[in-house]
Design a protein around this ligand. Structure first.
Ligand code: NAP
Length: 418
């Protein structure tokens, strides 16, 4: 038996249950991990408070953790017993994989070995946000990471799922992409629309963990980044140069825009980049996603557009239709927390992140997990800051209450179990 934090009804705190069964490893690709540090995510409090994403009650919550492998089989060749690992549990319907318990089952392709240079607490901060950021950029915007620590070209990888195919070393049998993410994965981008090095991406809600990872991955892939954030809270931290005591050089954007007045932020984006801005990621909500949508649209500039000198260099994939091409590439807006109410229109495409690809498609999971290992090993990717460290299973509710109150800003809350 083991301890776990269990939700018995909606809008209630998680209760610590001392007599839960240890989850069983059922498949050859699964491992058992003893949990040491849990990373808290917004979904952990939003789901019970707003009544979504809870498939059954009682429900064990928690989507990411750092711990040690205590049972592995030969077929999980990358991950061995005794390894310190991150488990990224996007598979929220399988309670065996929930993070709020002492022992957790994880698919080996959703498990990331932690290099000795990265403390367990830091490792527990970046699982779900890494997957969300990588899929937003790699699938929804088509960024090719193959020149970034030998990362995946995710769009190319999912093309093999056009037809049902037999998945070796994974779930076995004939496998096809789930219907609800099929169009996003296979038809989200038209020919010539992929984001290329030099292209601009605007990221709204720049203080969030998913924005943090998206900024880092975009920069590593050679994109230019606009971060939109409350600059009174986060401006100096995100923009101070290293020689001036800045500890966040890896997050430094090419353009920092205050998001306090959304109309003004849109005006700055349109005046500075105009049609050169073709990609945007919102991590905040429907209203800021709508503002990004306005910035992406090819409308005639209104009075709100200030005239500036702009930039000398042309974008790599300009919105203006090249003479030889009949169709101009469209702009792409990814919403992590919601999309605008207004229709996208002809020149903008809305995207949601196909997060389940990570656990449903073993090849994609393995490609992302092994890539994260390399990014951490080489120091190319820096884990987010830790804002709060709570203790024990009771600390889960303490941390989630702090998140509800908006106290966890610009980094993560983690819970140390041992
Ligand atoms: N669709 C997906 O697959 C997917 C995957 C991952 C995340 N998400 C969603 O994306 C969003 C960002 O996730 P994250 O993990 O990156 O978030 P996070 O690191 O927790 O950051 C969220 C930011 O929101 C602000 N904030 C903090 N507490 C708040 C509260 N109680 N109410 C309103 N704002 C608050 C803070 O910014 P300021 O202090 O600057 O205001 C904080 O930096 C969440 O809504 C999450 O559910 C979706």
């Amino acid at each position: 038996m083991q301890k776990a934090a269990v939700l018995r009804s909606l809008k209630q705190p998680y209760l610590v249950d001392h007599d839960c069964a240890v989850p069983k490893v059922l498949h050859e690709w699964e491992i058992l991990v003893k949990s040491h540090v849990i990373g808290l995510n917004p979904i952990d409090w939003k789901a019970p408070d707003f009544g979504f994403g809870i498939p059954t009650l009682p429900y064990t919550g928690g989507r990411e953790l750092a711990g040690r492998v205590i049972q592995a089989s030969k077929s999980t060749s990358r991950v061995k017993e005794g390894d310190n690992v991150i488990c990224i549990s996007t598979d929220y319907r399988d309670l065996r994989k929930a993070a709020y318990q002492e022992y957790v089952v994880s698919s080996s392709f959703n498990t990331v070995r932690i290099p000795s240079s990265v403390p367990l607490q830091s490792a527990a901060t970046l699982g779900v946000a890494f997957v969300a950021a990588a899929l937003a950029l790699g699938i929804c915007m088509g960024v090719d990471f193959s020149h970034t620590a030998d990362g995946p070209d995710l769009l190319e990888l999912v093309q093999k799922y056009q037809q049902p195919f037999s998945s070796p070393g994974g779930k076995g049998g004939s496998y096809q992409l789930p219907e609800d993410i099929r169009a996003e994965c296979l038809e989200g981008l038209g020919p010539g629309e992929r984001a290329l090095p030099g292209d601009w991406v605007a990221i709204w809600g720049g203080s969030s963990t998913s924005a943090n990872l998206a900024v880092q991955l975009a920069r590593l892939a050679g994109l230019r980044v606009v971060t939109l954030v409350d600059t009174a809270k986060h401006g100096l931290r995100l923009s101070a140069p290293h020689h001036d005591g800045g500890k966040h050089a890896h997050l430094r954007p090419d353009l920092l825009v205050d998001s306090h007045d959304p109309d003004r932020a849109v005006a700055i984006l349109r005046a500075s980049l105009g049609p050169r801005l073709r990609f945007a990621l919102d991590t905040r909500g429907r209203d800021s996603a709508a503002a990004l949508g306005r910035a992406l649209r090819q409308e005639a500039p209104g009075d709100d557009v200030v005239k500036g000198p702009g930039l000398d260099s042309a974008p790599v994939t300009p919105r203006q239709s090249p003479r030889t091409s009949k169709v101009a590439p469209r702009a792409h807006l990814v919403g992590l927390t919601g999309l605008p109410k207004e229709p996208a229109g002809e020149d903008v495409v809305y995207h949601t992140v196909p997060i389940k690809l990570y656990h449903e498609a073993p090849e994609v999971g393995e490609a992302l997990s092994s890539w994260l290992e390399r990014l951490l090993e080489t120091g190319a990717l820096v884990p987010p800051d830790i804002i709060a460290v709570e203790q024990g299973f009771d600390g889960i509710n303490v941390g989630l209450d702090r998140m509800r109150r908006g106290e966890i800003s610009g980094g993560k809350a983690v819970v140390v179990l041992q």
